[in-house]
Design a protein around this ligand. Structure first.
Ligand code: GCV
Length: 720
């Protein structure tokens, strides 16, 4: 009997405290729709909304209805009814402006006019003397975006008494790029296997596909590239295309188009032709036929993303032709169907004097040579998604070409799945950078949203961090970077703090004693990683190939520019890559005021110093510390700040879901080990050149350099 009581007691306790079985597990992302816990707010919300009325029956409007049912009832209680008549106050009226008879009675014309084909208006008003909240737009998808935004405002405890929201995306293509392989692995993926189950498609539609579409639509993402840029050509066979079509059907109501990575040699690799030469008539016909086949299955197929002549991928240079010749070949095949090509600027050979200069050298002369349905997809920095890079000099330098920014959301070079890093500050840093292309204020954001050069085909792509892990991103904070990417693609002017605040409220709690500390952690988290991995403009000093952990000693790759030593150039005189006129002169790729400021040791910001300069170990920085001492302090600061994050997180025990809290506690413990490992390994290694002692306050390494050099991780995730 006692045992039974004990068992019942345990069950009750688990139900109250949130046991493993009841834990949130992060699956619902920003669409948790938990019951509003602030009672005053709950009363206000219930006064404003007693019912909802959705006009329209398209799949998109049905998705809006579904979301309102789910969201309102779950946040406010079952009493919220669905109605088709406006017979009382407190009705949420949702519909497309122009077709909705009710909404046309509100004077919304000037507002709706502003929001284009994807934006929305949310307004408190009154129709026939009855108070309403209206959600509307010019299109069904605009309305759906408005519904999501409204529900998310409620999740964030926002006041909805006097609403006047007018919102529209500043960027046209807002894309997630999956580096998912057809065998289910994910290149640089740290959250398990791919979410696409190619084997069971097209018949088996996992609920996760729908939840993926919901979560993305909620933040305005409108395109997904399903497969890896290192593209398996078989994705273009009929066998796979019908599976792609099934996913496209799931995503369509949510405004998400599918795109595929095409292998440039597909005509050869699929066994049909002997060449992939863009000038060959048969090759042109092959792509025309392929486009026809694709559009017969997926009428709104978005287009292709292509990695060509890079890291072993085939491309037009194999035939002595330009990258534009290659891009235009595919673009012309897609043109009749309004498809587009995203052509990556990540093109390099392995033995250049300075790899950071290559993309500019290859693409700048091609400005104006790309067809109008091509976008050049440029990584945020000139190299490869390092914790900190200057912005790519191609931004601002190609006014006659459509450009799409490529950010990496998955954290290949930022601690991978185990680290807690909120990437909005990194994204913001690039977007805020002033290219000076047309004088002061020519920010990368303005290049990307088309304002600077008047482009209308604009885009922002994020390399996805999503996998089949229950919480999608392996580390719940990974969700925040996915969220931030979507929000910034919608509005590149949002601040990191605004985005963090929204996400924390929808993920953990609306209480200030949770929001404030987590906010502090998140906003500092990217700088922490920079400090303990790559301070002062260091870069590319990662473990060989898996990019996990420190590897500043790597010098054994047959590709010179895959060696860390190529980048840091440490020697007895100093450290850093001279990219001024005495070195590779990469600075000259920037517009004059930027180039001048980077070229001078005096004005180059410390955070980019070693990217652009080879600096003596005893050089005095702006902090008045010598370079060596500052490097030591920065590595130590990185470790200290991870420990600060641990303290902050520990103080939140009991204030957020226990399982989520505990998961993050363990991950921070791993991150602390990794930060110490980075500090020790890098400082011991660089000390062999500086020959200087560690200043006071620097933790003592617990192993020798030899030990750190001997570590290897044969099955590190993401390396396939
Ligand atoms: C998909 C880096 C990564 C590769 C990636 C490549 C790219 O080199 O390490 O895994 O390949 O970038 O962006 O194409």
């Amino acid at each position: 009997m006692k045992k039974i009581f004990a068992l019942v007691g345990t069950v009750i306790l688990l139900a109250v405290t949130g046991s493993a079985a009841f834990a949130r597990e992060g699956y619902k992302l920003w669409l948790r729709y938990e019951r509003v816990s602030n009672l005053q707010r709950l009363r206000e919300y219930r006064e404003s909304i007693s019912a909802f009325l959705v006009e329209g029956n398209s799949p998109t409007m049905n998705a809006a209805k579904h979301e309102l049912r789910l969201g309102l009832r779950s946040m406010l209680g079952e009493g919220i009814s669905e109605t088709d008549k406006l017979n009382r106050s407190g009705v949420l009226v949702v519909g497309r402006y122009g077709t909705s008879s009710l909404l046309s009675r509100l004077d919304l014309h000037s507002k709706v006019e502003k929001v284009g084909s994807e934006g929305f208006v949310i307004l408190s008003g009154s129709i026939q003397g009855k108070k309403v909240i209206a959600i509307t737009g010019n299109t069904d998808i605009g309305v759906l975006y408005g519904v999501f935004r409204f529900l998310m405002m409620m999740e964030q405890d926002k006041d909805i008494a006097n609403l006047d929201v007018v919102s529209y995306p500043r960027i046209r293509l807002r894309m997630l790029d999956h580096w998912d392989n057809l065998n289910g692995t994910v290149e640089r993926g740290y959250a398990g296997f791919s979410i696409w189950d190619w084997h069971t498609l097209p018949i088996y539609i996992k609920p996760r596909y729908i939840d993926y579409a919901r979560a993305n639509a909620a933040i305005g993402i409108n395109g997904t590239v399903l497969n890896n840029v290192n593209a398996d050509p078989r994705i273009l066979t009929h066998h796979y295309l019908v599976k792609v079509a099934a996913l496209a059907d799931v995503f369509r109501p949510y405004g998400i188009k599918v795109y595929l990575c095409a292998n440039f040699d597909a005509p050869i690799l699929l066994g049909e032709l002997k060449t992939a030469n863009p000038l060959d008539k048969q090759v042109q016909k092959w792509w025309d036929d392929k486009a026809k086949e694709i559009y017969s299955l997926i009428p709104d197929f978005g287009g292709f993303l292509v990695k060509a002549n890079s890291e072993g991928q085939p491309g037009p240079s194999d035939y002595g032709l330009t990258q534009a010749d290659g891009a235009n070949l595919l673009a012309r095949a897609l043109k009749p169907y309004e498809g587009i090509v995203m052509w990556r600027a990540f093109v390099y050979t392995y033995n250049a004097k300075d790899r950071a200069k290559q993309a500019y050298n290859i693409f700048k002369p091609l400005d104006g040579k790309f067809d109008d349905n091509v976008l050049l997809q440029i990584k945020n920095g000139p190299l490869d998604f390092q914790p900190r890079e200057p912005f790519s000099p191609l931004f601002g330098a190609m006014p006659k070409t459509n450009l799409i920014m490529e950010f990496q959301i998955t954290m290949e070079y930022l601690g991978q799945g185990t680290s807690t890093v909120f990437l909005a500050p990194l994204f913001r840093e690039t977007l805020n950078s002033d290219t000076y292309a047309k004088g002061k204020g020519s920010t990368v954001a303005k290049v990307i949203d088309g304002k600077l050069d008047g482009n209308t085909l604009t885009g922002m792509a994020g390399v996805s961090n999503i996998g089949a892990d229950r919480d999608w991103t392996g580390n719940i904070f990974g969700q925040s970077s996915w969220y931030a990417f979507g929000r910034l693609a919608w509005n590149p002017n949002l601040t990191s703090k605004e985005i963090a605040d929204e996400w924390i409220r929808m993920t953990f709690s609306n209480k200030r004693d949770v929001v404030d500390p987590v906010d502090g952690m998140m906003l500092q988290s990217r700088e922490n990683v920079v400090n303990y991995m790559d301070p002062l403009g260091l870069n590319m000093i990662f473990g060989y190939n898996n990019h996990y952990g420190p590897g500043p000693w790597v010098d054994f790759s047959p590709h010179p520019d895959w060696n860390s030593t190529y980048y840091h150039r440490a020697d007895s005189a100093g450290i850093g890559f001279d990219r001024t006129s005495t070195g590779s002169d990469a600075v000259s790729q920037y517009f004059p005021p930027v180039a001048d400021s980077l070229a001078s040791l005096k004005t180059c910001p410390d955070r980019l110093l070693l990217w652009f300069h080879h600096v003596p170990w005893n050089y005095r920085l702006k902090t008045d510390n010598t370079l060596w001492d500052q490097m030591c302090y920065d590595y130590q600061a990185g470790v200290d700040s991870v420990r600060e994050m641990q303290k902050t997180w520990n103080s939140l025990k009991g204030k957020i879901d226990n399982e989520e809290w505990n998961n993050e506690r363990m991950l921070l413990e791993i991150q602390e080990h990794e930060a110490v490992w980075w500090r020790n390994a890098c400082l011991l290694y660089f000390q062999t050149f500086s020959k200087m002692p560690f200043p006071e306050g620097i933790g003592k390494p617990d192993h020798t350099l030899k030990y750190y050099e001997s570590l290897n991780f044969p099955n590190a995730p993401g390396t396939w």
